[in-house]
Write a protein that binds this ligand. Sequence first.
Ligand SMILES: [Zn+2]
Length: 327
Amino acid sequence: MFGNFFNKETVVEETPNQWIKCPKCTSLMYYKEVEAKRNVCPKCNHHFRISAVKRIASIVDEDSFVEYDDNLAPVDPLKFTDKKSYKKRIEEAKAKTGKTSSVMSGSCTIGGMDIEIAVFDFAFMGGSLGSVEGEKIVRGITRAIEKECGFIIVSASGGARMQESTYSLLQMSKTSAALNRLHHKGLPFISILTDPTMGGVSASFAMLGDIIMAEPGALIGFAGQRVIKQTVGVDLPEGFQRSEFLLEHGLIDMIVDRGDMHETLTGLFKLFKKDKKEVIQEVIKEEVIEEEIVETIEEVSEELPEEVLEEVSEEVLEEAPEEELKA
Ligand SMILES: [Zn+2]
């Protein structure tokens, strides 16, 4: 339950430095001042990265979150070792975050509506997508289908987890296929992109939202800028791969400040939830009005003698410029 989470986090969270320096505007601020603003710089609106627990608290209705599948933990099918073994990396991530995977998922309400949610935590192995993370997302989608409710993923990830190789790449298709099932049930999926959303995550579910929203200034892309620059051999435009750039180029739908997220989601889900009958009735009403207009025009036309009608059409033809007639 939610209360327990916060207690757990107080234990595992490192003692915050008393003063925080904003990387964007370089202001030095007391950490409580920043925390009180949901970890957003009060001077320049820079959105600091936050844990999954804090993220959930900032989005869902108070005390409404119930976590699922927190017992799922990664295994090491390939016995992978680079500088350190995968096993060791998992242990370190667990000790650092108190979690067993980079995704926290569960049920909640937003604006009183039932919603299923999955949230990435960048602090756990760079928010990488492995088998456990993919499975948690798919189970969340399955619950949303069963409950006939909306689904949210908040991404903060460097991409697929290389230590699981193909197993982690498979999660891209697995989650996309599950989202397709959700889509065919007519249930909404809102994807929230936070800093950073890269690699296999941005190349799968993160970009499949019915609505894709991002936090201000978030880094969003597939390959890193250095790789792209080396490949294409030109300087990249200013603001490349940031939320604002993506919005300008039509890749995302909206940028939402952290403080407005709850309200925005409530509004959107209400729209999606609108009774289908109600919507159909509204459409029918509009059509009835249209039909009435057409009928009135026809009635008026019938009353006019044919010669008058011909005269009017000839006049209209003469007055119209040639280009318009061709078109
Ligand atoms: Zn700042």
